[in-house]
Design a protein around this ligand. Structure first.
Ligand code: SF4
Length: 294
């Protein structure tokens, strides 16, 4: 019980901080919580229910599960769990599994197509259910893995946004667990004996590159436990003048009304100790076009 309480406090603190830092939830919001049945989304639902009960800001929750037609998907088990939580819930069923099998050649990873189809269905469901937010269970490890995947394999420095307006303006996606460590979520899900449904019922192989990056991070974290936390911290401490994004630098220069490099530290630019370098936080609000809309 003590361990469960400790984890719960830690997860609540992480979620509350993310909600505050990125203005994820406001009074009157009705939040569609996407519950796949995995440990992350089951934890997300529980955390949001606890915050709902404790917060002076009044918001609504509706848990939505999408049964995508994977063989053996235990919809009844998940329904029973959602009923036990007392939350308003909706069980949807659309056979995207067959579509994915048709579209994706054998041996290729199906996750990108599968998740795109799922996202479209959830976006429509949110509108139909009158939801102002869609909450997803991505956590710190998802964010730092995505950062490395993007940098290593796509050549772009980006991760998963804590808040994102859909391109058509109909939906707002939020990630309240973006500061929460996967190991805490997994331990909490075990403590509460959540009926976790694995995401491999579809028979798809995990994405090899993501698995490799996960292994790499685990190796580094074994040598230096702060590695993942530091990467997450790095996402919030961008030093734009020490990167090579000329568009960003131009916008930063416009916002400052000056050459963006002028106030930088010469020691750091000359290869000085990174720990001594001043961190210039990027004020996204002051940079036109650098908000969180797609
Ligand atoms: S593992 Fe299967 S169900 Fe999960 S996202 Fe990938 S294809 Fe879809």
């Amino acid at each position: 019980m003590a361990e469960r309480d400790r984890l719960e406090r830690k997860l609540l603190r992480a979620a509350a901080r993310a909600i505050q830092d990125f203005d994820l939830i406001g009074a009157g919001d009705r939040i569609l919580v996407a519950v796949s049945g995995g440990k992350d989304s089951l934890t997300l639902l529980r955390v949001l229910q606890l915050l709902q009960a404790r917060s002076p800001v009044k918001f609504g929750l509706v848990a939505v599960n999408l049964d995508q037609g994977q063989p053996g998907f235990p919809a009844a088990l998940l329904r029973r769990h959602l009923e036990s939580t007392g939350v308003e819930h909706v069980m949807l069923r659309q056979d995207t599994y067959s579509i994915v099998r048709r579209l994706v050649p054998p041996g290729k990873t199906a996750c990108p197509v599968c998740s795109r189809l799922r996202r479209g269905i959830l976006y429509n469901a949110a509108v139909e259910l009158g939801c102002t937010r869609i909450a997803l269970g991505h956590h710190r490890d998802d964010l730092v893995e995505t950062l490395l995947l993007s940098a290593l394999y796509s050549g772009a420095l980006k991760s998963m946004p804590p808040k994102l307006h859909s391109a058509d303006g109909r939906n707002v996606v939020i990630r309240p667990l973006c500061y929460a460590a996967e190991e805490d979520i997994a331990a909490y899900a075990r403590e509460l004996a959540f009926p976790v449904i694995p995401c491999d019922l579809c028979g798809s192989q995990p994405q090899l590159r993501r698995r490799r990056v996960k292994e790499l991070l685990a190796e580094l974290a074994a040598e230096h436990p702060a590695v993942k936390g530091n990467l997450l911290h790095a996402l919030g401490k961008v030093v734009p003048t020490h990167l090579l994004d000329r568009d960003l630098l131009a916008r930063l220069g416009e916002a400052r009304g000056a050459d963006p490099w002028i106030e930088e530290d010469e020691g750091a630019a000359a290869g000085g100790c990174a720990e001594d370098a001043p961190v210039v936080p990027l004020n996204l609000a002051a940079v036109p076009g650098a908000g969180d809309s797609e």
